[in-house]
Design a protein around this ligand. Structure first.
Ligand SMILES: [Zn+2]
Length: 450
């Protein structure tokens, strides 16, 4: 299962002033984790002294921005800034141009460039808190936690009332295993007058309190790829080594299959089953959770090893997807996680068996794009199971037909483009055609092996 990283919410940005002419508000396509920063029409301000050169450079930059060419705008405004390094309008506009160029890079998965441009925007216009929020979110997405913390703390020194930033700081502190610090930050955000933000922060604060109550005496083992936390009395260090080896091997398998290799350590928290329910508040059929930490219920390691491995591969796939494509639709995310967790080539037979056992027609399955936006919210066990099985069977079908490479292209592209458009770019086939083929195969799928 995956609890998708919560999209941070930004207050509308301060108006952006472009001298001499207004700038149109461009529609901003972004993944859901980073809500749009809005450009507001400018107040027509006459530029100071240097006259034509400054004005003309700024004017051409505005035109470039309107044509969605922020790279050109950056060059023009850098020239203007050289003419007058103190002109606040130029500094503000250049910040905006860097930010827009950063968004373009982000859409193309050039994450380093996006981060560098966001950083420039923050430096040029530190009064605009939205830039720092976007930078902080990008760094968090990439698990660059120390940098993210620095950016958000600097923002909070300037704008202590930026309650969104406290929420983001809570997420960062939680990932840094500073649960009391995280709770404090969430409590600040919970004081917001924005009811939605306050509710999100309240839930996060309560969840963090539950985690801390359970985890405060857990031991921490740090390996080259993992930070493993678990009860200190659980069967001694030998078991930790055994488990760490299993996680290393499973991780290597997933990385090789998906051709992605995160270099940072992943945090894995292992709970006795009742503590897992207490901390995550999940239904008893949930076998693991990813909320940027991998949380697994573990009873008897030796006995449950295959289950643990499968659950880990599932949640580790979510970790990879969370960095590549935060806006990935849940059916694709869960389907891919099941392909990695349960194995390839089983999806169709498992779905067919489920439908037959429940007296459901083979044609009764919903389209993957019509599945709920979050499976976590479904309270009915059968409906949850069907949603997972349809996702698994469909993604498994696509993997078998096209291979994992195109599926990973799809995952990556879907953050920036509509799901069917991304599908076509990755596989050369429309999603509707693929679903029709999938349904045809499901209709004729044989009884599964017992
Ligand atoms: Zn999942």
């Amino acid at each position: 299962m995956s609890s998708a990283p919560r999209p941070a919410r930004l207050a509308p940005l301060l108006p952006l002033a472009l001298a001499l002419a207004t700038v149109a508000t461009a529609p901003v396509a972004q993944s859901e984790w980073a809500p749009p920063v809005r450009a507001a029409p400018a107040a027509p301000i006459a530029p100071a002294a240097p006259g034509d050169d400054l004005a003309s450079l700024n004017d051409r930059a505005r035109a470039a921005l309107e044509k969605n060419q922020p790279g050109e705008a950056v060059e023009l405004l850098e020239k203007a800034l050289k003419l007058d390094p103190t002109q606040p309008v130029i500094r503000g506009n250049l910040a905006w141009a860097y930010f827009k160029r950063g968004q373009q890079s982000l859409a193309d998965y050039r994450l380093d460039q996006a981060g560098a441009d966001y950083k420039k925007a923050v430096e040029l216009n530190p009064d605009e808190g939205g830039y720092a929020m976007h930078l902080g979110q990008l760094l968090l997405r990439r698990y660059r936690l120390e940098e993210a913390e620095k950016v958000v703390r600097t923002l909070l020194e300037r704008h202590p009332d930026a309650l969104d930033a406290w929420l983001l700081l809570g997420d960062i502190s939680s990932l840094q295993d500073d649960l009391p610090g995280a709770q404090q930050a969430y409590e600040k955000a919970a004081a917001s007058s924005d009811a939605e933000l306050a509710a999100l922060a309240r839930t996060a604060a309560d969840r963090t309190a539950r985690q801390y109550a359970v985890e405060k005496d857990y031991r921490t083992d740090t390996t080259p790829f993992f930070i493993i936390r678990g009860p200190s009395q659980s069967k001694g260090p030998l078991m930790s080594v055994r488990l760490a080896n299993v996680l290393d091997r499973s991780r290597a398998e997933v990385c090789a299959s998906l051709n992605v290799s995160p270099q940072r350590r992943a945090t894995v928290v292992l709970y006795p089953p009742d503590a897992f329910r207490q901390v995550t508040g999940t239904h008893d059929w949930v076998g693991g959770l990813f909320d940027r930490k991998i949380r697994l219920p573990i009873d008897d390691v030796e006995r449950d090893l295959p289950v643990i491995e499968s659950a880990f591969r599932h949640e580790f796939t979510h970790l990879i997807v969370s960095e590549l494509s935060p806006g990935c639709p849940v059916f694709l995310n869960e389907g891919l996680a099941d392909v990695m967790g349960e194995g390839r080539g089983q999806g169709l037979a498992k779905l067919a068996a489920y439908l037959d056992a429940h007296g459901l027609a083979r044609d009764a399955v919903p389209s993957v794009t019509a599945l709920p936006a979050s499976f976590m919210e479904i309270a009915d066990k059968d409906q949850v199971e069907l949603a997972y099985l349809v996702s698994y069977a469909f993604v498994d079908h696509v993997v078998n037909f096209h291979g994992l490479g195109p599926v990973m292209d799809w995952v990556q592209d879907v953050g920036a483009h509509p799901v069917d458009e991304a599908y076509r770019a990755a596989t050369g086939r429309t999603l509707a055609d693929e679903e029709a083929l999938f349904r045809d195969q499901l209709r004729h799928a044989g009884a599964p092996r017992r």
